[in-house]
Design a protein around this ligand. Structure first.
Ligand code: PHE
Length: 388
């Protein structure tokens, strides 16, 4: 019994110590536990940081989509780095500084790597955009010269060899330059609305200031004659307009080349020689010409020129309607009235003029049956002139 009492006393005396001891042991255990948890957290976050770091250092992307996928994986709000940042609050205080620095370094590294990859892409696309001048070029389908341009250039070239220069003038003209100064009578049918496109005209009244689309490039000649002193040697190519129904043989516009030569002692013989030269250059040296009397208000005498048919050689065929000749241009000696109205002394100077239709010459050279083909822009037609 006594032993029990001794034990009871012992327990009684040491109870508070035991409790304290137990509490102390528990405290130690808890500290050890937390310490373990902390070490574990620290270890795992550090390990993950270094794991991510090596992933980021070696990351690569083949295209912009892959790069974007990497950005989402690592740097977006729900990305792996953001996840580590939210775990950061679990890191024990004494390790926060070190882990924080590691995390920031990781984020910086990821951003830098991402920018680097982005730059590489941009450079690559810029290089793609830059033309490689050493590359064999893709074959570019070349267009062709329009047949009317070919013939116009050929005629200009033929006349350039004998000193004619090209003169230009407006397509929208006044009555004075198209008709008035060219000796057209006030009631001449060309001044009729049925023949000419007027832009500004008082009904029934004819004025030199009426505005119209030029019906011939003789208007350029009147402009040249009023602006230059003889000798004058010009070629006036250009588009002209006439109020005609459109068909295979007529159009409301066509192209002309008119020529004008004014000097002292210019004769009809000079005109004939120049036209023979033109016909031979255009259609071949065996070509013959003939001049038939005609009428134009601005030339006196006037003539139409035919060339020996370039298809049958003058023997007669369906093209020349069996005559052996085809009409090609109008010409004549400049009427003294015209010279005077342009301020040129008709007693000192004389001159010749001629005018041809480019479509007509082109038809003769290339046998284009329908005039409308010239203005329809059909490449199947235009390509046929590739070799010209
Ligand atoms: N102007 C005339 C026409 O358009 C052509 C021509 C010019 C005729 C010069 C004679 C002299 O038809």
């Amino acid at each position: 019994m006594q032993e029990i009492e001794i034990l009871y006393d012992l327990v009684k005396n040491y109870l508070h110590f035991s409790i304290f001891f137990i509490i102390f042991v528990c405290f130690l255990c808890e500290s050890a536990f937390y310490c373990f948890v902390n070490i574990y957290t620290f270890m795992s976050i550090s390990e993950r940081i270094s794991g991510l770091l090596s992933q980021i250092e070696s990351m690569s992307a083949a295209n912009a989509e892959e790069l974007e996928a990497l950005r989402i994986k690592y740097l977006s709000k729900k990305g792996e780095i953001a996840a580590l940042f939210s775990e950061f609050r679990n890191v024990p205080n004494e390790q926060k500084k070190e882990v924080g620095a590691q995390l920031n370094a990781l984020k910086d590294k990821a951003t830098e790597r991402m920018n680097c990859l982005k730059d590489q892409f941009e450079q690559a696309t810029q290089l793609q955009d830059k033309p490689d001048l050493t590359r064999t070029p893709d074959p570019i389908a070349l267009g062709t010269r329009h047949p009317l341009s070919l013939v116009r250039e050929e005629i200009i070239d033929i006349f350039a060899r004998i000193g004619f220069v090209v003169a230009d003038g407006p397509e929208v003209e006044d009555d004075q330059h198209v008709f008035g100064m060219l000796n057209f009578a006030p009631e001449h049918p060309a001044r009729d609305m049925q023949d000419t496109f007027f832009i500004e005209k008082e009904q029934g009244v004819q004025k030199p200031t009426d505005i119209l689309l030029r019906t011939h490039t003789s208007s350029v000649q009147t402009r040249v004659m009023t602006q230059q002193k003889p000798p004058i040697r010009v070629l006036c190519p250009g588009r002209v307009y006439r109020n005609e129904a459109i068909s295979a043989r007529a159009h409301c516009f066509f192209h002309q080349i008119e020529g004008l030569y004014i000097d002292k002692n210019v004769s009809f013989a000079d005109l004939r020689e120049v036209l023979l030269y033109l016909a031979k250059e255009l259609f071949g040296q065996e070509t013959k010409i003939r001049l038939r009397p005609s009428y134009f208000p601005f030339t006196e005498p006037s003539a139409e020129m035919d060339i020996s048919c370039n298809i049958c050689g003058g023997t007669g065929c369906s093209f020349c309607k069996g005559t052996g000749w085809v009409e090609i241009l109008g010409c004549g000696m400049v009427d003294p009235n015209v010279l005077e109205s342009c301020g040129i002394d008709s007693k000192v100077y004389s001159g010749y003029a001629f005018g041809l239709g480019v479509e007509r010459v082109t038809n003769l050279k290339y046998r284009v049956k329908d005039l409308r083909l010239f203005s329809e822009n059909d490449v199947r037609f235009l390509r046929q002139f590739e070799s010209c």
